[in-house]
Design a protein around this ligand. Structure first.
Ligand code: ATP
Length: 314
């Protein structure tokens, strides 16, 4: 009896310790989640119950009265936004720092869920489709492109593993990579990344753009993806985007207006909403933010400002 009682006691102790450890781990997770929300990192969103695959093809985007703030009690980064972007349209987004441009792009990717309203991609609410299928429908080129410790070829191929070498070369040519890659010690087989050949910010951006040309997703998002390029390359790339991405929807957040002048449409954002919306040529005719920024950047106001400047309408 003594031995059985002692054993039972030890087992119960073990179970209690296990339960306490699980509670502790749960609390740690709560703490991590809280910390992530404090520093504003995207929460880990999961597929909703009954979510299905987004059918590849539709490249339309819609914001239906969307409001979103990073903190429940804080100011909204996006305010009551209504926006329809038809499939295939090329849209440039400009606006001062903090206007909500990156947030808008994050909501399209469902990095966050809007507190109010609905974001739709290809006619489906982003909450109702699997995140894998949403990622498949989007090609996102960030300002800071991450490279793996692999060859240039593999770094581009990652966008579409089934691509042939020829398709990779074509994407690299479209993204103006070919010239500098040919100059690397082993051309496309040169290893890059942290411990490989060091590439400049502009060269990394070109590899990011080549990935987008290779993936050819229905929706292509450039988040200041050409900011490190010289003006001439930026204009050439704009032409490549318009010529080669015919049926694809393109959203480009830009600081230099010259990089989106050939697009179908420009949105000027301020304080979480769109304050001007139209064809670039039409907006240049109106005395508004867009024309004023363009004149500042092109030096027409005697100030050759190279990047976006906060402005008041004329
Ligand atoms: P920029 O041109 O400087 O990149 P932006 O137009 O992209 O600016 P957002 O980055 O979308 O603007 O920011 C909109 C608002 O949301 C700003 O007030 C910003 O401080 C806030 N914000 C942005 N990201 C976060 C975050 N991760 N956590 C908390 N607040 C954020």
């Amino acid at each position: 009896v003594v031995i059985v009682s002692a054993l039972t006691f030890r087992i119960l102790h073990g179970v209690r310790d296990l339960v306490l450890s699980l509670v502790d781990i749960g609390q740690q997770f709560g703490f991590i989640e809280e910390t992530l929300s404090l520093i504003g990192s995207p929460p880990l969103l999961t597929d909703g119950l009954g979510s299905c695959r987004l059918q590849r093809g539709g490249g339309s985007i819609e914001f239906r009265d969307v409001s979103f703030g990073y903190r429940a009690a804080g100011e909204d980064a996006i305010r009551n936004l209504k926006l329809c972007i038809p499939s295939g349209q090329k849209v440039g987004i400009v606006g001062p720092s903090g206007a909500g441009k990156s947030t808008l792009i994050s909501l399209i990717q469902r990095l966050y869920d809007a507190q109010e309203g609905e974001v739709l991609v290809g006619g489906r609410s982003v909450r109702s489709v699997t995140q894998d299928s949403l990622r498949d429908a989007l090609a996102v080129v960030p300002q800071e492109v991450s490279l793996f410790h692999r060859s240039v070829m593999e770094n581009i191929r990652i966008a579409r593993p089934s691509a042939t070498d020829e398709e990779i070369f074509a994407a690299a040519r479209a993204a103006l990579c070919d010239g500098f890659v040919q100059g690397l010690p082993y051309g496309y087989h040169t290893v890059v990344g942290e411990r490989g050949a060091k590439l400049s910010g502009g060269q990394r951006q070109r590899i990011g753009l080549a990935r987008a040309f290779l993936k050819m997703a229905p929706i292509v998002i450039f988040d200041e993806a050409t900011s490190a390029l010289d003006s001439e390359s930026e204009i050439l790339l704009q032409k490549a985007v318009v010529d080669l991405m015919g049926g694809h929807t393109v959203i480009a957040v830009a600081h230099r207006i010259s990089s989106i002048l050939a697009f179908d449409r420009v949105l000027v954002m301020q304080n979480g909403t769109v304050v001007e919306d139209g064809r670039p040529a039409d907006l240049l005719q109106q005395a508004g933010h867009f024309r004023r920024i363009w004149r500042l950047q092109s030096g027409a106001l005697g100030n050759g400002a190279p990047a976006f400047q906060e402005s008041r309408p004329e």
